[in-house]
Write a protein that binds this ligand. Sequence first.
Ligand SMILES: O=C(O)CCC(=O)C(=O)O
Length: 287
Amino acid sequence: MLSDEQMNQYQEDGYVIARSVINDELLGRVRNVVAEMLSEAEKVSDHDEKFDLEPSHSLSSPKVRRIKTPHKWHSIFWELIQTKNMVNCLTSLLGADVRLHGSKLNLKSAHDGSAVEWHQDWAFYPHSNDHVLAVGLMLDDMTMDNGPLMLVPGSHRVEKVWDHHQDGHFCGAISPSLSQDLDFDSAVPCIGKAGDCSFHHVRLVHGSAQNLSKDPRRLMLYECAAADAWPYFRFSDIEEFNSRMITGRPTIQPRATSVPVRMPFPPAKKQGSIYENQTMLTDRFFK
Ligand SMILES: O=C(O)CCC(=O)C(=O)O
């Protein structure tokens, strides 16, 4: 599924986009499941374990910005990450044994969907080694207008975790005015068709602007790790941990390498999701 050129691009730039990873039949079924799940949000007035809501959400005009951990709510999200194409891409990039760390479905409502400020996923979930990446499966076409994922090429190769704290607390974002060493203007948009998929390294700096278009934008994100990359925290139960193997075999022998780590503690003042963490920000890039 990934050519040598694409593999080199992942090493060099920290990301790669694979085209037509998921076929129309499966995409159609996923969209139906998502529509069904979203209809439940018509009864929800505050964030809960399933939904993260836009500030403009109301019962009469529901606006969900994230379905949290969709793989826990419906088996179709497992089906997606275990398709042959997806597993081929993952094993090319991470090796034969791959575990799911987490998942989220980010939705940007038309004319509204929240921006996500620049950050590194690694700042949220450091592991014993950095064979960890995020899969961004496009459930809609991604255009320059609907708030596509924006990636800063090569930023994963800087052996550094940028500061994601503000006033002594984790805030889930990099302050643009305090990070002169990052060239946000070089960021590349992940433009593509529904069914295309981006894979970005866990230390790659990325973010996304508001959705200015007339259509909603849905991006399904999977956090994936080589089986020997163990998370530094939020581990409780080996059976649950191993049940998240996407392919290959689990191990109880983590591989520890010299990777830069900053722990996301003390925790964000606003808990719940990256959007909530970032509500406290006083220095923003995206309007
Ligand atoms: O949905 C997006 O555009 C980006 C989201 C993101 O980077 C994240 O949730 O970590």
